[in-house]
Design a protein around this ligand. Structure first.
Ligand SMILES: NC(=O)c1ccc[n+]([C@@H]2O[C@H](COP(=O)([O-])OP(=O)(O)OC[C@H]3O[C@@H](n4cnc5c(N)ncnc54)[C@H](OP(=O)(O)O)[C@@H]3O)[C@@H](O)[C@H]2O)c1
Length: 259
């Protein structure tokens, strides 16, 4: 299917590897010029080369911390009138909620709630004026289902979801949509670091932790980042203009709810 977004422009935050990179690549494959972003410049440049070579589209790397106003300024300077915004960021580390002091709580909220809202504020009126906008937030399965040690991540992302639910309705008549992708366990560096941490805490081998996690997923496998990237590209397509304010869980059936 032609997504009908060739020639459009996207900002994809936190995208030198993992889920963000997969979204950038899928959009580039659809002919979208992408601004990609991460803090580590060397890895970012190498990802930019990879996407350019694979797709032939314009790829602009912006090495910056997306959680800072300066980082956001740099992203908007690289793409002042984006048609597409993919909000992504690092997640707070796994931690018992008792260990989170005020500074840690505010840092988590800034990463996973305040930053995406600030970026939406910066781009949404231009999208509405141009009568096309697609905003996708990478949140987490943990918005719907608690995950031990990720309470801050769950709370911040649930806050983001609730905040943007109303915003989405306010721009729906301008062909601007806002949707959320809720990944379960995708095979990325972050997932692997979670296994390493769990192995350390439990004294079990990492392979045992991994096998248990896989076993709990009805699909009996972890997600591939490109599966999430392609779902993102569809939500950013011309055809998805009637889908807004939605939460797409991608977790191999792990979330046990009927609805
Ligand atoms: N993988 C999963 O199974 C899963 C499940 C649920 C939710 N999530 C969430 O989805 C998001 C992406 O996860 P992932 O698995 O793709 O992680 P990942 O493989 O660790 O990749 C994270 C990417 O974000 C960049 N990044 C991190 N902090 C940044 C910052 N402050 N500014 C700019 N770029 C930043 C990293 O580059 P630099 O380090 O160079 O900045 C890297 O490119 C996270 O929020 C994660 O919590 C993931």
């Amino acid at each position: 299917m032609d997504l009908d977004i060739r020639g459009r422009k996207a900002i994809v935050c936190a995208s030198s590897q993992g889920l963000g990179k997969a979204c950038a690549l899928a959009l580039a494959e659809a002919g979208v010029a992408v601004v990609i972003n991460a803090r580590n410049r060397a890895r970012l440049e190498s990802t930019a080369d990879e996407i350019r070579k694979a797709t032939g589209v314009e790829v602009s790397p912006v090495a910056a911390d997306v959680s800072t106003p300066a980082g956001q300024d740099a992203l908007i300077a690289a793409c002042p009138a984006p048609d597409i915004l993919v909000n992504n960021n690092g997640g707070p580390p796994y931690r018992d909620f008792r260990e989170l002091d005020r500074e840690a709580l505010l840092a988590g909220l800034t990463m996973n709630m305040v930053t995406p809202i600030e970026l939406v504020q910066r781009v949404i009126d231009g999208m509405a004026a141009r009568r096309f906008g697609r905003i996708v937030n990478i949140t987490s399965q943990s918005v719907k289902m608690p995950l031990a040690g990720l309470d801050l991540s769950s709370g911040a992302r649930a806050g983001l979801t609730a905040f943007l639910a109303g915003v989405a309705r306010s721009v729906a008549d301008k062909n601007v949509t806002i949707n959320n992708l809720l990944p379960g366990s995708f095979d990325t560096a972050r997932l692997r670091s979670g296994f390493a941490r769990a192995a350390q805490h439990s004294g079990l081998a990492e392979s045992v932790i991994e096998e248990r996690a896989r076993h709990d997923i009805p699909a009996k496998r972890f997600g591939h980042a490109d599966e999430l990237g392609r779902a993102c590209a569809f939500l950013c397509s011309a055809h998805a203009g009637y889908i807004t304010g939605q939460n797409l869980v991608m977790d191999g059936g792990e979330y046990p709810g009927t609805f």
